[in-house]
Design a protein. Structure first.
Length: 259
């Protein structure tokens, strides 16, 4: 591992952790490096527009180059490209917002977001990340991971986001077993109070879970009697369609998990 690249990556991770702007001393303290070292790395990153310095405060934030890299990643994501039309169709059928996500470490990253088809003001959540254990998308993905990876996810430190978030290994193991049995996951106010989600896994050609697709919205709408069952069917059909487009079931494993 190249030390300078590792240190630069640590700085970018710190700047992307949620604090809008940080000074050199703050960054140095968080990454455990000397200030002169951090300053030199910041100047190099700034030259490539990966960080930007506020001229008034002297503090640093992520730069426009990070956005360009992010957009390039999204454009190159086969999962996102293959899911576009099915996500749009699901949003129209469900009347709710649709997210397509993949797993990155202990969090799910939203790759595609279709707005709820009404006139309400909504915020684009592409690029948002959520702890896997607190959302239906995360449960749908982790439930179908190979056992070793699933065990690793369960043994990590899992913090609650609301009073309903499952954080114990036993509770999450039961929830994931239920997801594997049913083929879909349901989350009720575990990430955000008042919101819920219903998601199903997307499988790739090799039968390995590639991500998940799901509807997100107000818990009282998504989980209302009758509505929930229809949304489960719609989400499952969308997941099967994207999986087929990714090659699952064609010369590879049958989509038994989603039927």
């Amino acid at each position: 591992m190249i030390q300078s690249v590792q240190r630069a990556a640590q700085i970018l991770a710190v700047l992307g952790s949620g604090t809008p702007r940080l000074g050199v001393t703050e960054i140095a303290d968080r990454v455990g490096l000397a200030k002169p070292t951090v300053h030199g790395l910041l100047r190099t990153l700034e030259a490539h527009e990966l960080v930007a310095q506020d001229p008034d405060t002297g503090k640093y934030s992520l730069g426009p180059g990070v956005l360009q890299l992010g957009n390039a990643y999204l454009d190159g994501s086969d999962l996102r490209v293959r899911s576009l039309r099915w996500a749009e169709s699901l949003a129209q059928r469900a009347g709710e917002a649709v997210w397509v996500a993949t797993l990155s470490g202990s969090r799910v990253i939203v790759l595609h977001h279709v707005f709820r088809p009404d006139n309400t003001v909504q915020i684009l959540e592409v690029g948002a990340d959520i702890p896997w254990h607190a959302c239906a998308l995360g449960h749908a993905i982790v439930a179908f991971l190979p056992e070793v990876q699933r065990t690793r996810a369960l043994t990590a430190e899992l913090a609650p986001l609301t009073g309903r978030t499952k954080t114990t290994r036993s509770a999450l193991s039961r929830a994931l077993a239920q997801v594997r049995q049913r083929g879909y996951a349901v989350e009720d106010q575990e990430a955000t109070v008042g919101d819920a989600g219903i998601a199903a896994p997307i499988l790739a050609r090799d039968g390995v879970v590639a991500g998940a697709i799901g509807v997100v919205g107000a818990a009282d709408r998504l989980l209302a009697p009758g509505t929930r069952d229809e949304l489960v069917r719609a989400v499952g059909e969308a997941a099967r369609a994207v999986s087929r487009d990714l090659g699952a079931g064609r010369g590879g494993p049958v989509l038994s998990a989603l039927t």
